[in-house]
Design a protein around this ligand. Structure first.
Ligand SMILES: [Zn+2]
Length: 62
């Protein structure tokens, strides 16, 4: 089985992954518990990062 690497999971979490590749990685995540778990962690990390960025932007705008 070909596991997606952390960079690919990050692109997917950011919504920047090419559609063709996204479909195959999502299929993999449906079958591979290990990658599904790392993707969940990547999504949490990306969400935390985006929230922190938003906070910084609010501060510079206000
Ligand atoms: Zn996997």
């Amino acid at each position: 089985m070909n596991h997606p690497n952390p960079e690919e999971l990050e692109l997917l979490a950011l919504g920047r992954m090419a559609p063709a590749k996204r479909a195959s990685i999502k299929r993999h995540l449906g079958r591979c518990a290990r990658c599904a778990k790392s993707f969940q962690e990547t999504k949490d990390y990306v969400a935390a990062m985006q929230a922190a960025l938003r906070k910084l932007q609010d501060r510079s705008n206000g």
